[in-house]
Design a binder for this molecule. Structure first.
Ligand code: PEP
Ligand code: MN
Length: 335
């Protein structure tokens, strides 16, 4: 980190600034020029309160030369992280597909969908039991019963399950869940992240609706700094001024995340677009952009779905999608 001191700052103020910075345990190199002084900070600058330092009268400008995330940073971990769930590996060059309904609605629904997506090549079953809904009057999920039904579907198909947690106190219910999802709305629920950081279970972290790539990686850092290195990032679209699609799929973020971090990155084209016919082209584009996997909402009767029917594709459409992505995978040298 480099700090440019305001021109004509008195020596006493510079000394006070150096003393303040020193409290963070970094050493300070000083270059005194004709017009201004520049301070170079050496050591672990991740604990520095940048806002506090910027607010000091003596400070003209701060330039970060290192990212604030360490464990998620590819610079310190050049090789790709591979997250393993049973026999399935995410981040090893393959394209894994997580498919299933937005919400678990009934035993028949989840088992039927699970069997069909498995037959088409999905390697994980998704389904929300605890649902974060914009309206308190909308279907809130089957909760603990929904988790039970997901486990039934896992038993029936062998597919590992991915489902969202919304509260720390629900953690005991997630014992048999293979991958715990942290949804977009909880990406910055730091207390939840800290708690999940103490587990070894894989966490699927979705990007917040209005979060930057750096904030996304800092949330991954919360999980990893607690000791959980099994983190999968999921780009699911962000809020922009565009209203045609539910969100704007930030595909550049996939390539950026792969460059900045060693963590696997998957894409959710369903929530990113909100429109069934856009799921397939965006799924293909995600693979071409380097995604390690996809998360796709599939419903056996989208018109009657209790949540997100407008973006859910049928099992038949999912089967076609799986066939259509095969040449893209091959062209991109993916397994
Ligand atoms: C979901 O995957 O069920 C979901 C609610 O997605 P998001 O958190 O990305 O909105
Ligand atoms: Mn949904």
């Amino acid at each position: 980190m480099i700090i440019v001191v305001k021109p004509k700052t008195e020596q006493k103020q510079i000394d006070e600034l150096v003393e303040l910075i020193g409290r963070y345990g970094v050493s300070v190199n000083k270059w005194v020029g004709a017009e201004s002084t520049v301070l170079g900070l050496i050591g672990d600058t991740s604990r520095i309160d940048v806002d506090l330092i910027s607010a000091q009268d003596a400070v003209e400008r701060i330039m970060k030369v290192q990212e604030p995330y360490k464990k998620a940073n590819r610079k310190f971990h050049p090789e790709d992280t591979v997250v393993r769930v049973g026999d399935v590996a995410i981040g090893d060059g393959s394209v894994q597909v997580i498919a299933g309904p937005c919400s678990v609605e009934s035993e028949e629904q989840i088992i039927d969908i699970a069997k069909r997506v498995k037959a088409s090549g999905a390697t994980f079953l998704r389904g929300g039991a605890f649902k974060p809904r914009t309206s308190p009057y909308a279907f809130q999920g089957l909760k603990a019963d929904g988790l039970e039904l997901l486990l039934e579907a896992k038993k029936a198909t062998g597919l590992p399950i991915v489902t969202e947690i919304m509260r720390i106190s629900h953690l005991p219910l997630f014992e048999d869940v293979d991958v715990i999802q942290v949804g977009a709305r909880n990406m910055q629920n730091f207390e939840l992240l800290k708690e999940l950081g103490h587990l070894k279970k894989p966490i699927l972290l979705k990007r917040g609706l209005a979060n930057t790539i750096e904030e996304f990686l800092m949330s991954a850092e919360y999980l990893m700094s607690g000791g959980n290195e099994n983190v999968i990032l999921c780009e699911r679209g962000i809020r922009t001024y565009e209203t045609y699609t539910r969100n704007t799929l930030d595909l550049a973020a996939v390539a950026v995340l792969k460059k900045l971090s060693h963590l696997p990155v998957i894409v959710d084209p369903s929530h990113a677009t909100g429109i069934t016919w856009l799921v397939e082209p965006m799924a293909k584009a995600a693979i071409a952009a380097g995604a390690d996997g996809l998360m796709i909402e599939v419903h056996n009767n989208p018109k009657k779905a209790l949540s997100d029917g407008a973006q859910s594709i049928t099992p038949d459409a999912f089967d076609t999608l799986m066939k259509d992505i095969a040449p893209i995978k091959a062209a991109c040298g993916r397994k």
